[in-house]
Design a binder for this molecule. Structure first.
Ligand SMILES: Nc1ncnc2c1ncn2[C@@H]1O[C@H](COP(=O)(O)OP(=O)(O)OP(=O)(O)O)[C@@H](O)[C@H]1O
Ligand SMILES: [Mg+2]
Length: 247
């Protein structure tokens, strides 16, 4: 459908309209771009459509109009397993591990399409996060929230994605575990993975992200570098809150 744009950023979402119920659009023309090597943060109020945007990119709900391209190739309409094999990883907002399976089995699920690569990828992912090797026989359901998040990220990294979509990686974690979660995101990015991170913790998100998007009611409200958004009066006033201002 679209011409292959060699100069186009790694991932481009353009004027995306999507929703769950017939005739009810949740995304009303969203744009997002992710360049190679970037961490892009997406913030905005509850119900703004942040998770919906990630789901639309990952093929979990149909795109009604607009375009989503990976390296210039249209990917809207592709199923999640196809997107995984094209190099997109996704860690959902909640229930992101198989609780009754061990850590190792969870990681196997992440690479079921290429089982022969399991051992090599397990080594690579455990090098980033040693906990995955140390706890490989432990049931994922018996891990702490922070440890489960490591398993969820590890699983998404098994297929060596070029793009990782993270929905609220710090949600429900203690302050110390949140610090670890943000540190992990930096580690993954430094290993060469570009990321779109949706976060409730808007200030921390923008501090880490190279660029950010503020979504409101399914539309882009503000866009800029993380630093510019952190200092944008309108963003601070409406989206970063008084608590964040005091920090
Ligand atoms: N499965 C679904 N069926 C119908 N409506 C849904 C479904 N999932 C989400 N919605 C609606 O879509 C809108 C956007 O939800 P979404 O989960 O994308 O928001 P969000 O920005 O991620 O919010 P939060 O910060 O609370 O996670 C909400 O009004 C929500 O009720
Ligand atoms: Mg959400």
């Amino acid at each position: 459908m679209s011409a292959v744009g060699a100069d186009e950023p790694l991932l481009v979402a353009e004027s995306v309209v999507a929703g769950y119920l017939p005739e009810v659009n949740i995304l009303n023309g969203c744009d997002l771009q992710l360049a190679d090597g970037e961490i892009v943060g997406v913030i905005g109020p509850n119900g703004a459509g942040k998770s919906t945007l990630l789901k639309a990119v990952f093929g979990l709900l149909p795109v009604r109009s607009g375009s989503i391209r990976l390296r210039g190739t249209e990917i809207s309409g592709r199923r999640p397993h196809e997107l995984v094999s094209l190099g997109i990883g996704y860690v959902p907002q909640s229930r992101n591990v198989f609780s009754s399976l061990t850590v190792e089995e969870n990681l196997q699920m992440g690479i079921y399409q290429r089982p022969k690569l399991f051992a090599a990828r397990m080594r690579a992912v455990a090098e980033l996060f040693p906990l995955l090797a140390d706890r490989r026989r432990q049931q994922a359901g018996s891990l702490s929230g922070g440890e489960r998040q490591v398993v969820a990220m590890g699983r998404a990294l098994m297929m060596e994605p070029s793009v990782l979509l993270l929905d609220e990686p710090s949600a429900g974690l203690s302050p110390m575990a949140q610090d670890d979660a943000f540190e992990r995101i930096r580690t993954i990015n430094e290993a060469g993975v570009s990321m779109v991170m949706v976060e409730q913790n808007a200030r921390r998100c923008l501090e880490l992200a190279h660029r950010g998007y503020v979504l409101d009611q399914g539309r882009n409200a503000h866009t800029g570098t993380g630093r510019a958004l952190l200092h944008d009066e309108a963003v601070v006033e409406s989206y970063l809150g008084t608590l964040a201002k005091a920090r």
